[in-house]
Write a new protein. Structure first.
Lengths: 213, 191
């Protein structure tokens, strides 16, 4: 118990909490939604995508953090892109080699991890200012926060759209598949309602009436 | 020619890149607070998407001939960043008025996933050059259509509606987008 209380004040615990809960990249900061909506019609796709983003954001944050004193400020964006796309290519090849079916259904969205704002955002906001071991934890926390929301959205959508969960039948025979849930509108509605729920629970509301920037 | 026009129309409406493939959401949600900015961003996207796809296509052929197409992702993203940077310098020098109108939108485009997605899609679908240009132009126009529609709705909404506090700001935009996406599903089977 004592150890647990002391842990609450260590830096890495706070980074972890911040990434997963307080500043959840999707629910609170509303970043990286393209892939969050496009791949969440099945839970297995969501898990694959979540692992991919976690891997890329961890490795590239650590790498950029190690190189942070050598990267000239003017070309830092291009440098980030080279580092990030290297890890994306590694992940893409691993996925094609071991899970070709999932790689097929994710299509071009694996490549689009490069332009996922979360990866670039963590590099710019955290990795350039902090040592590599914290950047690794920060990347892990952001990636996990992303993956948890993805899995939550995908669970709702897969059950409603196909009546299955991870390809196991979970609803009775009388179930009629809800087709629009598998497509874009379902993603928008489920994520919108989920953000509403999370903000209501965490009392983390956004700005003034109807307007934000 | 008719075939290219068909591809263009289907990319704008039935396969709208924003509302069916759900791409380019971050800028779409961040910049769609008023119609003027939305249209500016839209035009910039149309320009950059068409230009980069036209440049990336021969580049991909070259990589394929050299049998190193596995690094195409890396090459595409660097080319996109370079094209955006060059366009910025070019506009600044020769069309300063236009440059000022585009303002901050140009540099933001590098991280807009529509641009990279279009380059990846033409590879995956095996388009030829004509189809690539037609498809990329359609994707840009489709994205512009979506952002202008959303911005128009948000402008009206900011004045008259009063959503629950948890839905305020960005969350309500998802609901708006969902309804728009449902509407765009109505185009299915058009082309």
């Amino acid at each position: 118990m004592k150890k647990w209380i002391r842990m609450k004040y260590t830096k890495w615990y706070n980074i972890l909490k911040d990434g997963i809960a307080m500043n959840n990249p999707i629910a609170i900061a509303v970043l990286g939604i393209c892939s969050a909506l496009a791949v969440t019609n099945r839970v297995e796709n969501a898990i694959a995508m979540g692992i991919g983003v976690t891997f890329v954001v961890m490795m590239s944050s650590a790498m950029i953090s190690l190189l942070r004193n050598y990267i000239p400020a003017k070309v830092r964006m291009v440098t980030y892109m080279v580092v990030i796309s290297t890890f994306v290519i590694i992940f893409q090849f691993a996925l094609q080699a071991y899970f070709p079916a999932i790689a097929d259904s994710l299509d071009a969205y694996v490549g689009l991890i490069i332009t996922n704002c979360i990866v670039m955002g963590r590099a710019e906001a955290f990795a350039v200012k902090n040592p590599a071991r914290y950047s690794l934890i920060d990347g892990f926390a952001s990636g996990m926060g992303y993956m948890l929301v993805l899995i939550a959205v995908a669970s709702v959508r897969e059950i409603l759209a196909f009546g299955t969960f991870l390809n196991f039948q979970v609803v009775g025979d009388g179930w009629i598949n809800w087709v629009s849930m598998a497509m874009a509108p379902g993603g928008f509605f489920v994520l919108g309602l989920m953000i509403w729920g999370i903000r209501e629970l965490t009392k983390n509301f956004e700005g003034q009436v109807g307007e934000v920037e | 020619m008719g075939h290219l026009l068909e591809l263009f129309l289907s990319t704008v409406l039935t396969n709208n890149i924003a509302l069916v493939f759900i791409l380019g959401m971050c800028p779409l949600i961040a910049i769609s607070t008023n119609v003027k900015n939305a249209a500016g961003m839209g035009v910039a996207v149309v320009l950059v998407v068409t230009l980069t796809a036209a440049i990336n296509y021969p580049m991909y052929l070259l990589l394929k001939a050299l049998k190193i197409e596995f690094i195409s992702l890396l090459v595409f993203i660097i080319l996109i960043a370079a094209v955006v940077q060059l366009l910025e310098i070019f506009l600044d020098k020769y069309f300063p008025k236009l440059y000022n109108a585009f303002g901050i939108f140009l540099p933001l485009i590098t991280v807009n996933c529509v641009v990279l997605a279009v380059s990846l899609f033409f590879v995956n679908r095996g388009y030829n050059f004509g189809e690539t240009v037609s498809f990329s132009f359609g994707a840009g126009v489709g994205w512009m259509l979506a952002i202008v529609l959303v911005a128009g709705l948000r402008e009206k909404m900011a004045k008259i509606s009063n959503p629950p506090r948890g839905l305020k700001g960005k969350a309500i935009v998802f609901v708006v987008l969902g309804i728009l996406a449902l509407a765009f599903m109505g185009f299915t089977g058009l082309v």
